[in-house]
Structure formats: C-alpha cells, structure tokens
Design a protein around this ligand. Structure first.
Ligand code: ADP
Ligand code: SR1
Ligand code: MG
Ligand code: MG
Length: 411
C-alpha cells in the first residue's frame, strides 16, 4: 500500500472530508452546516474525533504512520486501519450487540467512520478506577469472546475457509511485531522504552530480567502468539478497548486483529481486570467490596465463556468445522474428554497471556491509568509489586490451575 492520497486530517479538514463523503454526510442527517468536531483520542496509536451535527453524531478514527504515544520516531504502518475496519465488520457480524457499526472506510486515508458510543458510555478502565460496578460486564464480554472466537476457529470453519481467513489477516505483521516486542521481549531485557516506578521497582524490574524460569515461560507464550492461528482474535482486548454503561458493553479498537491464540484475548481482558484489582489498594476510599466484585467478574467471565463456547461447539458438533470430525468423536465420553482437554489448554493459555499482559504494563513502555492515577509513588509501587508477584506466579504455575476458582483463591 502506498501513501498516495493520504493526508493527516484535523478538525477543519475533517469537516471538508465529511461534506465530500456521502456515506458520512448521510449518517449526520446531511445536516452539515454547524458540525462540531472534537479530538478525543486517549489511546496509544491513533486520532479519534467525535463529529456532532444538529441531528446526529459519528466517530472518525484516523491512523497516522507512527505510534502516537511515542511520536514520529517510532514509525508504524497506517495499514493497521485496514485490519481494524475488516475486523470491526467481522466482529459486528458475529456479535452485533457488543461492537459499534462500521459506517465508512477509506483505505488510502486510513480512516474509519463508525457509530458514536454516546454518553454515558465510558471506557471500562475509567469505571474500574472510579469503583463503578458493571453487573453485565462478564455476561457481555463472554458473549463477545465466545462468538468471535468460536465462529472463526476450526471448530466451526472448514480448513479451506480457515486458511483463506488466516491469509487475509497475515499481512497485519507490523502490528503483531509491535506486540511481540512490547509484550513478550522488552520487559525481559534492557530496552530504551521500558519504564517503571523508579527507584522503588528497580530491583523488581531487574529480577524479571534475571528470572530464567520466567524467560522460558514467556518464550513459549511468544512462540504460541506467533505460530498459532486458532481464531480471529481482537489482539488488544484490554480494559481500554471496552466501552460500557450499566446495560451496554461495546468492544472497540481491533487494529491488532489477526489469526492468533484465543487465550491472548481472554488473557488480555482478565489480566487487565487483575491489574484493576491490584490497583484498588492505592485509592483513597475503601475498595474492599469492590475488589471482591472484580474477582467475581473475572470468575464469571471465564465460567460464562466456558459455558457459551462449549454450547456453541455442541450445537455445531456435526457442522462444517474440521478440527474434530463428528464421525470420529461421536462417542459421548470421548466427546466430553475432547472438550475438557481443549478448555483446560485454553485456560492455561489465557492465564499465561494474562500474566504477560500484566507484567508489560508495569515494566514496559505502555502503562495503565489503574496505576498511573495513584499519585504517591510509594503506594503505586506497592500495588504494582503485588500485581507483578502475582503475574510471575501465574505465568510459571498456570498449568497447576484447573479452575478459575483455584486461580482466584491464589490471589
Ligand atoms: P487507539 O487505537 O489509539 O487506542 P481507540 O480506538 O482506543 O484508539 O480510541 C481512543 C478513544 O476514543 C477511546 O478511549 C474512546 O474514548 C474514544 N472512542 C473510540 N471509539 C469510539 C466510539 N465508537 N464512540 C465513542 N468514543 C470512542
Ligand atoms: C507502544 S505500545 C502501545 C500499546 O498500545 C496499544 O493499545 C497496544 O496495547 C500496544 O501494545
Ligand atoms: Mg485503544
Ligand atoms: Mg488501538
């Protein structure tokens, strides 16, 4: 893909762009005289605008050819926008209640138009920092993950369909390399981008760089991330990729999507809930019952996912999926064993990836508001150390856990 036709838009030029683009203009009720535009991007990579006309609102997201968090010194393909648009559409088709609708995609401009998730939708990480409970979060996220992961896996697709889908996404290579670097490599070596709450965590960061067992484990997880084409994964399913109200849960920002291990998505979400859990002790008010709610949400997310995913599998057991052919596995006992083995493997992967995602947010380049909002560095470091110690244990001992309840008891 060339850079031909690409220009970075800002508030004024975006309005001109919308006026010249019928698919966006119509979403704004063709009411284009008094458009209000506000840049709200608080993510690490892109620019996001809310565009408000007197009768409707939309969101425009544009990728620029670098990592926004760092600046132009860290180039990054803007083709990520193509994979985001493609994945957003696929995930909307598979889980329409939990994904905003794609309105428009312009590949040469790396520009997406989509549904505006109107207030009171907020990023769930912000809700977790504020101590707000979302009673439907586990229910909705398990729905999203069960549907998007099952229907794009070989449990549902033929090998021909699956290979074609893998091929469609395998060019999202640069963004995968970013994850390989910042999640699986940099935290385990000296890197110019790494940072942590210094000097309090200096020894903890060094201990990670010297931990041979941890390095063996993270190497296995990295291999799995690079080699396994299990399903179309979101690829960046942390708690800032989820917007919520009390009764709505919406998954945004799938620019990291590719065919990878399912556990990377489940682990990203669960790992970030664990980060929220360990951050609670750094906040001024008493968060005892809130911490219990986060633990319950982690347990419910896995258990509901397990239930929904295996139900989909049962429902389609004599469908097109070619991984486990019905004529070979129709014996009831054998069928139960197949599912049990698959799901326990998935739990172990999810725990390993959860741990990797926790560690990278404490000693790697990109940090999270859960801890960053704790002003006192001593308190922050204490919370971060508890999270790090738990994550290290989880990565090393993940295969010893047979249920999520066992994991939660180990917190
Ligand atoms: P990045 O890829 O840079 O992380 P995101 O897609 O996560 O960008 O978007 C950054 C921010 O923009 C989100 O945290 C959210 O506040 C806002 N945002 C993104 N998409 C929408 C949407 N569809 N509706 C409302 N706000 C959105
Ligand atoms: C430079 S790392 C930026 C991070 O932000 C994205 O949301 C991904 O998590 C990525 O690892
Ligand atoms: Mg984001
Ligand atoms: Mg993003």
């Amino acid at each position: 893909m060339t850079t031909e036709g690409f220009r970075v838009l800002e508030e004024k030029s975006l309005i001109e762009y919308i006026k010249a683009t019928p698919s966006l203009a119509s979403k704004l009720g063709n009411d284009l005289e008094n458009l209000k535009v506000k840049e709200v991007g608080d993510g690490n990579l892109n620019f996001v605008y809310i565009v408000i006309s007197p009768s409707a609102s939309i969101v425009i997201k544009q990728a620029v050819p670098y990592v926004r968090l760092i600046g132009e010194s860290w180039p990054m393909t803007k083709e990520r926008s193509y994979f985001e648009a493609t994945a957003l559409k696929r995930q909307y088709d598979l889980s329409p209640k939990h994904v905003p609708q794609l309105y428009h995609f312009d590949r040469s401009m790396s520009l997406i138009g989509m549904r505006y998730l109107e207030p009171p939708h907020i990023i769930v990480r912000k809700g977790l920092v504020a101590g707000v409970k979302y009673p439907l979060l586990a229910q909705h996220m398990s729905d999203f993950m069960a549907n998007t992961l099952f229907y794009t896996s070989l449990l549902y697709l033929t090998t021909t369909q699956h290979k074609a889908a893998v091929a469609d996404f395998c060019a999202n290579v640069e963004i995968c390399r970013l994850t390989e670097q910042v999640v699986f490599s940099d935290p385990y070596k000296i890197s110019e981008h790494n940072r942590w709450t210094s000097p309090y965590l200096d020894a903890d960061a060094e201990a990670i760089r010297n931990d041979k067992v941890l390095k063996l484990e993270v190497g296995q997880l990295k291999s799995k991330f690079c080699e396994q084409t299990q399903a179309l994964i979101h690829g960046d399913l942390h708690t800032s990729s989820v917007m919520v109200t009390q009764d709505s849960t919406q998954v945004i920002d799938p620019e990291f999507a590719f065919y990878g291990p399912m556990g990377f998505d489940i682990g990203a979400f669960v790992g970030n809930l664990f980060l929220a859990y360990f951050a609670q002790d750094g906040y001024a008010d008493d968060r005892k019952t809130y911490k219990e709610w986060i633990k319950c949400t982690i347990g419910d997310t896995w258990n509901l996912f397990h239930q929904k995913f295996t139900s989909l599998w049962d429902m389609h057991k004599d469908g097109p999926g070619e991984a486990y052919l019905h004529e070979i596995y129709q014996d009831t006992e054998l069928w139960e064993l197949v599912k049990q083995k698959y799901m326990i493997g998935l739990l172990h992967d999810s725990l390993g990836f959860a741990a990797a995602k926790m560690i990278r947010r404490i000693v790697g380049v990109a940090h999270v508001e859960d801890f960053e909002s704790i002003g006192d560095p001593v308190k922050r470091a204490d919370c971060e150390r508890s999270a790090l110690d738990f994550a290290k244990m989880l990565m090393k001992k993940r295969r010893n856990f047979n249920t999520i309840t066992d994991v939660l008891s180990a917190v």
